[in-house]
Design a protein around this ligand. Structure first.
Ligand code: SER
Length: 318
């Protein structure tokens, strides 16, 4: 049975991934950590306050719990990173390098680290962007993800660290609130729609981006980590695709369930970030190497969120 440490466990992905890993491995086998306070979403189980730049503390938690696997999620997202470029670099890169170094030193079994579609810049093909398309990111977040991918590949090649990674599209979930990403309008929009409020969208109606329902993101992460090492041919980070959607597409899908829903488009500084990213992703290697297939499309995701969100947040929508 693995002993798992999750950094950034209070984040949008971290909370849901922690809960799922606890249901698979048992609560006591999954140690959640973050600089923030723990939330109920991640389920019962050990929690440690951890700043991922504090190497001695990371090592002592690993020793204390006999950790063999790390999901290293702590990072700043794209929009926040543009406002704090030095902090973004220090945190996103410094944290990863420490984790990789510790994984090598302590011969950990596996490491997971999230990359992003933000590694692609304006010169990559926009439609079905291939795994090997040029990576010339236009944001500091994208630069940190691209450099991180190369560090992962280096530590695997040079030191045999079994580190695996996904280039996540925008992740859409209803359980946790967004944290500074450019794709986060697609989370906010549901909270407004359910409350019967008009949504002011910070991207244009037709700005399509690659997106994925949180349930699929958790599934992809676990499937990648469970795949036999010999199947993993990409040690930078795998393209993974699910849904390509624009704010207009998402609004239309919501209006199928909530006909009175209204949206207004008021693009801000995040429009330029979105314009530098792909519209859709080709994920052929993920399909071939470890059988990746998403379970949700735009309407099935929308229907599920609209059904579950009010119950989860205890809202009276009658
Ligand atoms: N969802 C992320 C963001 O918007 C992209 O990886 O920052």
């Amino acid at each position: 049975m693995n002993k798992i440490l999750i950094t950034g466990a209070c984040g949008q992905l971290g909370s849901e991934l922690t809960a799922e890993l606890r249901s698979i491995h048992g609560n006591d086998h999954v140690i959640a950590s973050d600089v923030s306070e723990p939330n109920p979403l991640m389920g019962e189980g050990p929690f440690e306050h951890l700043d991922v730049l504090d190497r001695p503390r990371i090592e002592s938690i690993i020793d204390q719990y006999k950790i063999d696997t790390i999901y290293h999620l702590a990072a700043l997202l794209s929009a926040t990173a543009e406002k704090n470029i030095h902090l973004a670099w220090d945190l996103n890169m410094g944290g990863l390098l420490k984790i990789l170094d510790i994984a090598k030193k302590k011969s950990l079994e596996k490491v997971f680290w999230p990359s992003s579609i933000a590694v692609f810049g304006p010169d990559a093909p926009k439609i079905r962007t291939p795994q090997t398309a040029a990576c010339n990111p236009a944001t500091v977040y994208g630069i940190s993800k691209l450099a991180g991918e190369q560090w992962c590949s280096y530590f695997h090649r040079k030191f045999g660290v079994d580190v695996r990674s996904l280039r996540y599209p925008g992740l859409i979930g209803y359980k946790s609130l967004p944290g500074g990403g450019t794709t986060d309008y697609a989370v906010d929009i549901f909270h407004k729609a359910i409350r019967g409020e008009e949504f002011h969208c910070f991207l244009n109606r037709d700005t399509a981006l690659p997106m994925m329902y949180m349930a699929d993101a958790v599934k992809a992460t676990i499937e990648l980590m469970q795949a036999p090492a010999e199947n993993i041919t990409i040690r930078t980070s795998y393209n993974v695709a699910a849904i390509s959607l624009s704010p207009g597409d998402l609004a239309a899908a919501i209006q199928n369930d909530i006909p009175g829903f209204k949206i207004r488009y008021e693009p801000d500084h995040r429009q330029a970030i979105a314009d530098s990213w792909p519209i859709s992703i080709d994920d052929t290697p993920a399909q071939t190497d470890w059988g990746w297939q998403p379970s949700y499309n735009l309407q099935s995701m929308t229907d599920d969120i609209i059904r579950q969100l009010p119950v989860f947040w205890n809202l009276d929508t009658a």
